[in-house]
Write a protein that binds this ligand. Structure first.
Ligand code: ACM
Length: 631
């Protein structure tokens, strides 16, 4: 039995000497003990539920969706003394996290115990990961021995807020696509879905009292290609790209997420990022007469460097216009009634103040309210929005720019410009969610730009894995948790979104769930391999960029171009060529920095493991590499 199980693991990983002796759980549990033997699921599995398990029928449906539909195992509810799978509610001890669970598997069967439905649900997510990847298949898998290793697992999350943000404004994702996203989150024990519902490129939520927001704001001209380089829209061109969620859609998503123990945080991004709103209500900016359209991906914001930015069009709401606050009151009334989450996110990021500086209305406001600079103007706006949100019985959260000019009382801060804002806000006793772009911005490059779809910045998997949601210097009592953000400017499809998300969202999942001392990079990259196999079965896309070499380039002896390479995953061999032929593992192996020989114009590299290609063939023109040389 033991041998059979170890052999199963060998097949699971399929990587020779990398075979693991423990199942590849992500996030890694607080405590897991494995013992010899495995429990084979019978053709008819008896299941029992303690009285008081509120979502018994949902758990049964979840079990059936894999065990019956995929493994062909029938389920029968029985008393606990006849059950091979028992769900038990434990007494919630004060010391026990409500999301904790225990899972034990031995010759008698499977026991999942938890103080809450959430804990039971997480126990089930771990159970799936103990089964072979084929359990993730979309159709019935015949002739499998579905067996589970004997184990005793005790597990609980490190932090309470384990979030993923999905930007549905830049590109629209349908309700069904969001449900899939929720399923994938739940499998890795995420529990907060932050929906970025509005931006310059789209307004994605029905506000019943303001139908123009979606009639006008949810649609734009259709474009494909490289984001930021699209031509301007003709005002008369058909606005065929877009979409929005009706309030019924939102209710359906909320219910779907709640069953999976995920709360949804709505974000209405103001006062900047408001072009879609302004397309519907053009007189609410401080720049009257601007011909607004929903932005279709032509570049109007510029980032010359040093953290500076400016916009060609005023995309801000006007803090000096009372009708802005009346409109926001209407919007937040409906948002607050719809979403049960205690927080509403009001954005607050990247507001270019140059337009306000030119506005007579803003000058009057500053005089009246004794505001000394644009930060205080923004702070005045944010505080008024905070009051509106509070009047609806909710707390306000915003990006860390809301700290500029004075933080509104009680406001939650989502720290995206690194960790410093979050650290400072926690010390000021404000609730904080850490989502620093330096660790959790999963829209950035994860591999060499010459091998990746175009984006900006760089965030390799290893750096993501170093994410610590409670960084040194922060007051842990005020850190709600951590979050990864998936901005969607360039993500035209779910395939691309998934590619950016995975495996970096594995790294964030482990960072927000597992104890810091349990994290181990080498173990993590091995475990990922099994999850790639699970995703292959499930038809979910992911990136293998972590296997590609990381290049650095410099000139030596004034003119020669030297390339150094390393890999973030251990035990890979890099082979290379300068002769235009794709290097196989008989080609030279990289050992130390190489210099472009005379006449060569392209370097080709590929990583191999045990003689098998594992990274992508990277084609690296000399002319492109030269651009990376620091002058
Ligand atoms: C942000 O990335 N602008 C929050």
């Amino acid at each position: 039995m033991v041998k059979a199980w170890l052999f199963g693991c060998f097949l699971l990983t399929g990587i020779g000497s990398f075979a693991q002796t423990e199942p590849a759980l992500i996030p890694v549990p607080v405590e897991a003990r494995y013992s010899a033997g495995s429990f084979s699921l019978p053709a008819m599995l008896n299941i029992s539920f303690d009285a008081g398990i509120a979502d018994k029928s949902f758990l049964l449906q979840q079990m059936g969706s894999k065990l019956t539909r995929i493994a062909g195992i029938e389920l029968k509810e029985t008393p606990s003394d006849q059950a091979q799978l028992q769900f038990k509610l434990t007494k919630a001890a004060a010391s026990l996290s409500p999301e904790s669970y225990q899972l034990s598997i031995n010759e008698k069967g499977i026991l999942i115990e938890a103080p809450s439905s959430a804990g039971l649900f997480y126990g089930v997510q771990t159970l799936w990961q103990l089964l072979p990847p084929a359990i993730e298949s979309k159709s019935r898998v015949a002739n499998m021995n579905w067996s589970l290793p004997y184990c005793s697992i005790k597990d609980a999350p490190r932090v309470g807020w384990r979030g993923l943000m999905l930007d549905v404004a830049r590109h629209f994702f349908t309700k069904e696509q969001v449900k899939d996203f929720i399923d994938h989150m739940a499998a890795y024990k995420y529990n907060r879905l932050h929906l970025h519902l509005t931006d310059d490129q789209g307004w994605r939520i029905e506000i019943k009292a303001l139908p123009k927001l979606t009639e006008v704001g949810a649609f734009r001209g259709e474009r494909t290609g490289r984001w930021g380089e699209f031509g301007k829209q003709d005002p008369k061109e058909p606005k065929t790209y877009g979409g929005y969620y009706t309030q019924e859609d939102i209710k359906e998503l909320l219910a779907y997420a709640a069953e999976r123990h995920i709360s949804i945080l709505p974000e209405i991004d103001i006062p900047g990022h408001s072009m879609a709103l302004l397309a519907a209500y053009p007189d609410l900016s401080c720049t009257p007469g601007t011909a607004y359209q929903v932005n279709g991906g032509d570049r109007f914001m510029h980032w010359p460097g040093g953290g500076k930015f400016y916009s060609d069009i005023d995309n801000n709401l006007c803090p000096a216009n009372e009708r802005v606050y009346a409109l926001l009151d209407t919007i937040f009334t409906e948002i607050a009634a719809l979403f049960p989450m205690e927080y509403i996110h009001m954005g607050g990021d990247e507001t270019y103040k140059g337009w306000w500086e030119k506005s007579a209305a803003i000058k009057d406001l500053m005089k009246r309210e004794k505001l000394k600079d644009m930060h205080e103007v923004q702070s005045y706006f944010v505080k008024r929005v905070g009051k509106i949100i509070a009047s609806k019985g909710k707390k306000m959260m915003g990006w860390d720019e809301i700290m500029e000019g004075g933080l509104a009382s009680g406001a939650g801060v989502m720290s995206w410009q690194g960790e410093k804002g979050g650290i400072a806000a926690s010390k000021m006793k404000h609730p904080v969610v850490m989502s620093p772009n330096s660790y959790t911005y999963v829209d950035l490059y994860q591999g060499d730009p010459l091998a990746e779809p175009p984006t900006y910045g760089m965030l390799r998997l290893k750096k993501t894995y170093e994410f610590n949601p409670v960084p040194a210097g922060a007051d842990p009592a005020y850190v709600l948790g951590g979050q990864a953000n998936l901005w969607s400017e360039r993500l035209h499809t779910v395939r691309h979104a998934e590619y950016m998300l995975w495996p970096r969202a594995f790294a964030v999942a482990e960072s927000v769930w597992s104890p810091q001392q349990k994290k181990d990079w080498n173990s993590f990259v091995q475990r990922i391999e099994t999850h790639f196999k699970r995703f292959d079965q499930a038809g979910i896309n992911y990136s293998t960029s972590m296997y590609d070499p990381i290049l650095s380039v410099r000139t030596v002896k004034d003119t020669a171009v030297e390339v150094s390479m390393q890999t973030e995953v251990p035990n890979l061999n890099i082979h290379y060529s300068f002769d235009e032929f794709p290097p196989d593992n008989f080609y030279p192996e990289y050992k130390s920095p190489i210099v472009f020989p005379a006449g060569a114009s392209t370097l080709r590299v590929q990583t191999y493991r045990q003689g098998k290609p594992i990274g992508r063939l990277m084609i690296l023109p000399l002319a492109e590499l030269k651009k990376r040389i620091r002058k």
